[in-house]
Design a protein around this ligand. Structure first.
Ligand code: CA2
Length: 148
């Protein structure tokens, strides 16, 4: 069993309800269900949270230290602004995978820089809901590799 904290950042609660041409038609609840389906097949325990508040996201990262083996995080727009989220990831030292539904590198220049990328195992970008599913598999493999 691999335990993974899945953390969604700001505005991702609007998925499926606004801008489906950018982020797809699935709601956050439907995306979470896809992840839970994969978790059953892959023997993962997931605890999923979403917050629009930077500090609450930092609390979720710190709380993961109490129980999780890894973190999968989409920090949303905080990706491009938050030294504090980066510091939290660095501090807990849990293997972390950064995911983005859109290909941030094909979008506005301000989305090309991530404060988080230098402190994560890797980034999955541009595959819509599959970015999360691929992120979970990447996190699982990383934990299994560390256990060897
Ligand atoms: O592509 C991603 O997953 C992003 O993390 C999404 C963030 C954006 O700021 C990042 O640059 C890339 C935005 C999430 C906002 O989600 C919305 C969903 C529906 C309607 C409006 C916003």
């Amino acid at each position: 069993m691999v335990r993974i904290a899945v953390i969604h950042g700001p505005n991702l609660n609007l998925l499926g309800l606004r801008e489906p041409e950018v982020y797809g038609a699935l709601t956050l609840e439907q995306i979470n269900e896809r992840m839970l389906d994969l978790a059953r097949k892959e023997n993962l325990e997931l605890r999923i949270s979403q917050s629009n508040m930077e500090g609450t996201i930092i609390d979720s990262i710190q709380d993961a230290l109490e129980w999780a083996d890894a973190i999968v995080i989409n920090p949303g727009a905080y990706t491009h602004t938050s030294v504090a989220i980066r510091d939290a990831i660095t501090a807990v030292r849990l293997p972390t995978v950064e995911v983005h539904m859109s290909n941030v590198h094909r979008r506005e220049p301000f989305r090309h820089h991530s404060y988080v990328s230098p402190v994560v195992v890797g980034q999955v970008v541009g595959f819509g809901v599959d970015s999360y599913l691929l992120g979970l598999i990447a996190a699982k493999r990383t934990v299994e590799e560390m256990r060897r």
